[in-house]
Design a protein around this ligand. Structure first.
Ligand SMILES: NC(=O)c1ccc[n+]([C@@H]2O[C@H](COP(=O)([O-])OP(=O)(O)OC[C@H]3O[C@@H](n4cnc5c(N)ncnc54)[C@H](OP(=O)(O)O)[C@@H]3O)[C@@H](O)[C@H]2O)c1
Length: 214
């Protein structure tokens, strides 16, 4: 989701999506809110693109119910985790990032806004040739995928791996990482309508879960 149509805001306020309740409809509003201030070690990023993943949906609709304890909708929080954009200001003590750097990252909440404050160590320089939209889609799902392969599955080069949910946000990264980082033999599990996509991402075999009898 790109925000190219937004005009830069030179003042102390910014436009942001705020969450005013739980549900599919009418719970997100665009409001004018204060720009985030910078603490030591933080940078201010003008957001150019964001992505929406399953965690954002859980937080929006309040399912499972325990999510409602983590999201205080009375405070109208700004949702959103994954973003890409341009650094416009650096806080005290920042050494490795400069204004003008194109970066992407993940924050606890607050990405669905014109500006996001992030720790210097939580942003990554965008490789040349990568669009803001592509970079914004990377952080949460990509990090979950690499953690699952490294720390979870303890994958080693040449292993065989079965990736359930291979056509989803996390799984599509997991298939690509399993092939390119671990040179693994990948069996992907997804619905038949997505079989060609996961093969194009590198899967060696595909199991259509809709055809498997329990
Ligand atoms: N996205 C993130 O950043 C993130 C971060 C941390 C944790 N998680 C968690 O990781 C899980 C996957 O998230 P996601 O974002 O990748 O979800 P997603 O994009 O909705 O993908 C879901 C995947 O599951 C497959 N699937 C659906 N029903 C299935 C079944 N009965 N058997 C086997 N596969 C089935 C889907 O296949 P088809 O679409 O082909 O039917 C699709 O590949 C969720 O539990 C989520 O909460 C996600």
């Amino acid at each position: 989701m790109a925000s190219e149509t937004l005009t830069p805001n030179p003042g102390t306020m910014m436009r942001a999506v705020v969450q005013a309740g739980f549900g599919d409809d009418g719970t997100y509003e665009v409001q004018s809110v204060p720009k985030p201030g910078l603490k030591d070690g933080e940078v201010l990023v003008q957001v150019k693109a964001v992505s929406i993943n399953k965690g954002d949906w859980h937080s929006r609709v309040g399912e499972p119910g325990m999510v409602k304890m983590a999201v205080d909708v009375k405070a109208k929080p700004i949702p959103g985790h994954d973003y890409a954009g341009v650094v416009v200001e650096v806080g005290p003590g920042v050494e490795g990032v400069e204004a003008g750097d194109e970066v992407f990252g993940m924050c606890d909440r607050g990405a669905f806004a014109e500006f996001v404050a992030a720790r210097e160590t939580d942003v990554v320089s965008m490789p040349a040739g990568v669009t803001f939209e592509d970079a914004a889609a990377l952080a949460s799902a990509g990090m979950t995928a690499i953690q699952a392969l490294r720390a979870g599955a303890k994958l080693e080069a040449g292993d065989k791996v079965c990736i359930v949910g291979a056509s989803g946000g996390v799984g599509s990264f997991a298939v690509q990482l399993a092939k390119t980082v671990f040179d693994a033999d990948v069996t992907a599990v997804c619905s038949g309508r997505n079989a060609a996509v996961v093969r194009s991402l590198g899967a060696d075999d595909v199991i259509d879960y809709t055809e498997v009898k329990a």
